[in-house]
Design a protein around this ligand. Structure first.
Ligand code: ADP
Length: 274
C-alpha cells in the first residue's frame, strides 16, 4: 500500500538523514518504526506525505509513484494523514470542533458532511463533549486525541503518527496505543514511530529498526527482539519483560533458548507451558 524504495535524503547542511531506506506497509497493518532520537524517523515520515522530497529513491502509494506537483500532493495527502509529534504544531483553531473541521472544510465538503465527520471523529477518540473547549486548555493526551480526530475526519487510508506516545504519562501512552489498535481493528492502516520498546510488541505486527538513517532490521516483534545485540547496538533495549527473562536465563540458570517473551501475556503462556 505504501512503499519507500531506496530512499536517501540529505539536509541542506549536508547531514545525510536517510540512507537507502526500503520499507513496505501493507493494508491493515500496524507498523512501528523503532529508533533512538536522531535516527531519522521524523525525516522518513516527512517523506510519507511529500513534505520532503527524496535526494534519491521514491515513494509509492498503491503502486503509484509520488509526484511533487501541487495536484498530486493534494491527492496523496488525502490518502495519507500525518499526526505530528507535537500537537501544538497541529492544533491552532479556537475550539476543538473548529480544529477537527478544518481539514474536511478544506476538502470542500458540505457543512452537514463536515459536522457528521467531526462528531464521528471526536467520538472515536473519546473526545466528544469537548467540542467548544480551546485546544490549548487540554492535557497532552487530550491534545493528541484531538490531533488524531483532525486526521480521522479527513478519512485517510493510512495514518502516520510521529512518536504518538511522547510526552505522555504511562497510562496516557498506553491509552493512545489502545485507541490506535481499535482504529486498526476498524480497518485503518497505521504507521507509528517510537522508541517505546515496551509498548511496541503489544500493538504492532511489524517493526522496522532505524539507526543512523539506515533500516538495520525488520520483521515481526519476535524476529526483531530476538536479535538482542542489534537492538542494543541501535541504542535501544529489550522490553522489560524480555529483559527479566534474559536475566533469569543468563544469571539464574533458566533456559529459554534465547527466546524471551515480549509481553506479559506471552510470559504467562511460557510459564504455564502453552
Ligand atoms: P528522529 O525523528 O529519529 O529523532 P530526525 O529525522 O529528526 O530523527 O533526524 C535525523 C537526522 O537529521 C539527525 O542527525 C538530525 O540532527 C538531522 N536533522 C533533522 N532535521 C534537520 C534539519 N532541518 N537540518 C539539518 N539536519 C537535520
Amino acid at each position: 500500500m505504501l512503499k519507500a524504495e531506496n530512499l536517501s535524503y540529505s539536509y541542506d547542511d549536508g547531514t545525510q538523514a536517510l540512507k537507502n531506506v526500503n520499507l513496505e506497509v501493507k493494508k491493515g497493518e500496524i507498523v512501528a518504526l523503532l529508533g533512538k532520537n536522531g535516527a531519522g524517523k521524523s525525516t522518513l515520515f516527512l517523506h510519507f506525505n511529500g513534505i520532503l522530497k527524496p535526494t534519491k529513491g521514491r515513494i509509492l502509494i498503491e503502486g503509484e509513484e509520488l509526484k511533487y506537483d501541487k495536484k498530486n500532493l493534494v491527492k496523496f495527502r488525502q490518502k495519507i494523514g500525518i499526526v505530528f509529534q507535537n500537537p501544538d504544531d497541529q492544533l491552532f483553531a479556537p475550539t476543538v470542533e473548529e480544529d477537527v473541521a478544518f481539514g474536511p472544510l478544506n476538502l470542500g465538503l458540505e457543512m452537514d458532511e463536515v459536522q457528521d465527520r467531526v462528531e464521528d471523529a471526536l467520538k472515536k477518540v473519546g473526545m466528544d463533549g469537548f467540542e467548544k473547549k480551546a485546544p490549548h486548555h487540554l492535557s497532552g493526551g487530550q491534545k493528541k486525541r484531538v490531533a488524531i480526530a483532525g486526521i480521522l475526519a479527513m478519512k485517510p487510508d493510512i495514518m502516520v503518527l510521529d512518536e504518538p506516545t511522547s510526552g505522555l504519562d504511562p497510562k496516557g501512552a498506553s491509552d493512545i496505543l489502545k485507541l490506535l489498535y481499535e482504529l486498526n481493528g476498524e480497518g485503518m492502516t497505521i504507521i507509528i514511530s517510537t522508541h517505546d520498546v515496551d509498548l511496541v510488541p503489544i500493538y504492532s505486527s511489524k517493526i522496522y529498526v532505524i539507526s543512523s538513517g539506515e533500516i538495520i532490521k525488520s520483521g515481526t516483534p519476535k524476529e526483531v527482539f530476538f536479535d538482542v545485540d542489534l537492538i542494543r547496538s541501535a541504542n535501544l533495549r529489550l522490553p522489560r519483560v524480555a529483559h527479566l527473562f534474559e536475566i533469569l536465563e543468563k544469571r539464574d540458570g533458566f533456559n529459554f533458548n534465547g527466546e524471551y517473551p515480549l509481553t506479559i501475556s506471552q510470559a504467562r503462556r511460557l510459564i504455564n507451558g502453552n
